[in-house]
Structure formats: C-alpha cells, structure tokens
Design a protein around this ligand. Sequence first.
Ligand code: NAD
Ligand code: DAU
Length: 340
Amino acid sequence: MKKLLVTGGAGFIGANFVYYILNKYQDRQVVCIDKLTYAGNLETLKGVMDNPNFKFVKADITDRETVFKLFEEEKFDAVINFAAESHVDRSIVEPEVFLKTNILGTQVLLDATNKYNVPRYHQVSTDEVYGDLPLDRPDLFFTEDTPIHTSSPYSASKASADLLVLAYYRTYKTPVTISRCSNNYGPYHFPEKLIPLMIVNALHDKALPVYGEGINVRDWLYVEDHCKAIDMIVNDGTVGEIYNIGGHNERQNIEVVKTIIKALGKDESLIKYVTDRPGHDRRYAIDPTKIRTELGWYPETDFDTGIQKTIDWYLENREWWQNVMDGSYQEYYEKMYGNK
Ligand code: NAD
Ligand code: DAU
C-alpha cells in the first residue's frame, strides 16, 4: 500500500488528482493537507471524505512543526505539492502571501522530504515560469530548456520554488521531479479564473469581463489529463527532471468566451472589454514532446469535448459553485471589476 501526501487537495487540480488516484488505485492511501484558503473548499472533497483510503488534515504548508509531525507519523512514499496561491490577478494586488506559500511552503516540504527520507517529491509547477511568447510566432513553443523569464509575482514565486527544488536535488540529492503544465479547466475550478467565471456570469446574464482586446492566447488542458500526467511522472519519471505538460489546444481568450456564450445560448452583447491585466502574458504554448516520448503520455480530451463537459458540470453542480461564492467572493469581485 503506497501512501501519498497531496498538498492543496481541496483546490481545483489537487482535488481532481485526489479523485483520479482513489478511483484508479485500490492500493493507494492519500493524505491531503490544505489550509482551506478562499480557493480551498471541503465541499469539493465530499465524495472522498468517507473513503477509508483518504484522510484530510487542515494545515498550512508553511507551518514547519505541523508538517514535520505529519511526515513523522505518516511515513509517506511520495509528496505531490499542489498547494499554492495560484491566481495571477490576486498576486498583482497582494504579492506577499504568494512568496510565503509558494516559496517558503515549498522549502518546508523539501526539508521534511529530506529529514524523513521520502522516496519522491513532485513539484506541480506552471508554464508561466517561461514568461510569454509573441502572438505573431505560432511556430514557437515552450520546451523544458526555455529560459525562465517571469512576468507576475505569481510566476516569479513559482519559478523561485522550481529553482529551490532543483537546488535541493543538486545539493542534497532530494529525489525530485517537476511538471510545468499549461492552463487547466474542468470541474471544481474556482469561479474567478477565466472559464468558470465566464460560465457563471453568463448563467446570471452578467457582463463577461474580457481583458484588453481578448487576443491573448492560452493553451488549455482538461484537468484529468494533467492528473494522468502527474501520476505517470510520479510513477515513472526520472529524478531531477522537468516535464512540460500541454495538449496543443491554443485559443484566444475571446474565442473561449464566445464558445461559452454559444453553448449556453446567450448573447455576445454580454461581452465587456475591460482594462488589461498589468504585464499580461501574450501567449503560452507547450511543447509536450518529452513527456510523450519518455513516458507515453498524451491528452485524451480535446478542447471542444472538454469545454462542453465542463459547461455541463457547472450546469449540474450549481450548489457547489453557489456555496464557494460566499461573501468574500462578492467583495473580491467588486474590488477587481467594480471600476473596470
Ligand atoms: P487553487 O488555487 O484552485 O488551489 C490551491 C489550493 O492550495 C487551495 O485548496 C488552497 O486552500 C491551498 N493552499 C493555499 N495556500 C496554502 C498553504 N499555505 N498551505 C496549504 N494549502 C494551501 O489552485 P489550482 O489551480 O488547483 O493549482 C494547483 C497547483 O497547480 C498550483 O501549484 C498551481 O501553481 C499549479 N498550476 C495550475 C494551473 C491552472 O491552470 N490552474 C496550471 C498549471 C499549474
Ligand atoms: O498557464 C498556467 C496558469 O494558468 C496557472 O499557473 C495559473 O495558476 C492559472 O490561474 C492560469 O493563469 P492565467 O492567468 O492564464 O489564468 P486566468 O484564468 O486568470 O486567465 C486566463 C486568461 O484570461 C488570461 O489571459 C487573462 C484573461 N482573463 C481572465 C479573467 C479572470 C480575462 O480576460 N478576464 C477575466 O476576468
């Protein structure tokens, strides 16, 4: 029986990963630690709370004493670090917590991995560490050798964490792997990121705030394909290596918004072009050759299928998103979009 520590498992991708692992393997135990920030919700983990192979612990990854105690008690076979402050817009308004959680939290987990000789530490990173690509060069893609060149406090904090992970590998021989994935979408995505925000606003006939001209490009990956890739890396990836994850599903933001409008039978007059994000990255695009050739990973869900599945999920799970959009969400929304 293998025991995994999943940090940030009450958030979007971490929770999808918890479900993926517990559905796929009968012989895995998952311990999830999560601080339950605005982005983490126990409602999201309702489906596994009674599973004997699952345990939830409310904890902050920067809390060294609690983390070390947990490592001592549980004797993990692998640590998969999803826990992070993950929203670029929030990092522009309030960077400090991004540095604390994303960098110092990673260091605490790496120290615990070393002290308790955990055989594998996996860092869930992002394509944003590579900065952006020009819009007029569709021939360019991020490879694992693309230099780090960050744009926002969020991406700078994620890149710092990656460098720390690689430094621990070189200095202490910590058995690490890193994955850098493109934009995810799917169930349990908090409705302040582009896709769920547009679905929820459109359902309420509320304005759909598109930054700038809406021409920025993101490379969308259905969340289950990301979970599959991480599982493969943890099982068979080479220690010390970085793996890019992406499925060549590039779309301009405005195309994504119009697809959602059409699928919900709404009118394009809901679109409202608003002030651009400062430092807004133009285009992300992943070259996934390494993970495909070395580990045999490929994405199973293309964008047209995935977006329809996602829209259906939001239509069928109104209670989930209505519950997570509490008073603090309304406050956030007013602050971010009130004057735009
Ligand atoms: P999310 O914001 O939905 O979830 C983050 C989770 O981490 C939440 O449950 C939150 O409560 C928890 N958390 C935050 N601070 C914590 C702390 N100090 N201690 C313990 N738990 C804490 O984020 P997500 O979109 O699920 O992203 C998960 C990871 O994947 C992040 O590391 C992110 O950088 C990375 N990533 C995200 C995407 C994407 O498109 N969303 C793409 C590539 C990589
Ligand atoms: O590329 C991976 C990254 O993708 C992850 O590392 C981040 O954690 C994740 O949040 C995501 O970052 P983005 O900034 O790309 O995602 P977001 O959903 O915030 O924005 C997607 C695009 O849509 C971006 O170009 C900004 C734009 N946008 C976003 C919002 C919230 C709008 O036009 N309007 C909006 O209201």
